[in-house]
Write a protein of this length. Structure first.
Length: 187
């Protein structure tokens, strides 16, 4: 089995609570959140990374690190489910066996959390793995190829894969010793 894992950064939203698209956000030291997410995925062991853009895609493309693919979720305004579907479709076209999903609004996510998620399964195509922080589900999430169709079908609006992961017994991997798991919704 080809164990290729595609890292997927979900960065398509308009960031209504944040005040602007999060794909354009930077850390206090000026590093783009997109670059931080890519670093975590690559450093954690993903073989390739794609950034899913939407709102402000023309501007946000400049924040995608050189050598990293970006795609635009055509229906991004319909919610995170459309970004997720776009990422899964891209992974399918590229022949990946699994995806590791992270939202762009987790700029403090360490590569070690991605590595821990990848280490939690020797299988890829049938895997479902989710990071938890003091028992609370979070990111990163690993979804094997065998689940992509069902995840895409069950995700709607601003609901991603969370319900599917819970209903199908995703392996929960505690990561609170690595990071808080907090995303950033407001400035």
């Amino acid at each position: 089995m080809d164990g290729s894992v595609l890292g997927v950064v979900l960065a398509a939203g308009a960031g209504s609570r944040f005040g602007s698209p999060k794909a354009l956000a930077r850390t206090a030291d000026g590093e783009p959140w997109i670059a931080r997410a890519v670093e975590a995925l690559e450093g954690g062991g993903c073989t390739r990374v794609v950034v899913v853009l939407g709102a402000a895609a023309a501007t946000a493309t400049a924040f995608v690190p050189r050598g990293v693919e970006s795609i635009v979720a055509a229906r991004w305004a319909e919610g995170v489910s459309e970004s997720l579907r776009a990422g899964l479709a891209h992974a399918d076209e590229g022949g990946a066996q699994a995806v590791v999903i992270v939202p762009v609004d987790t700029p403090d996510l360490p590569a070690s959390a991605v590595a821990r998620i990848l280490a939690a399964t020797s299988s890829r195509a049938d895997a479902l793995v989710q990071a938890v922080y003091a028992g609370v589900p979070g990111h990163p999430v690993l979804i094997g190829r065998d689940h992509w169709g069902a995840v895409a079908a069950e995700s709607t609006g601003d609901r991603g894969a969370g319900r599917y992961l819970a209903a199908h017994g995703a392996t929960r991997v505690e990561c609170s010793d690595l990071w808080s798991g907090a995303d950033i919704d407001t400035r």
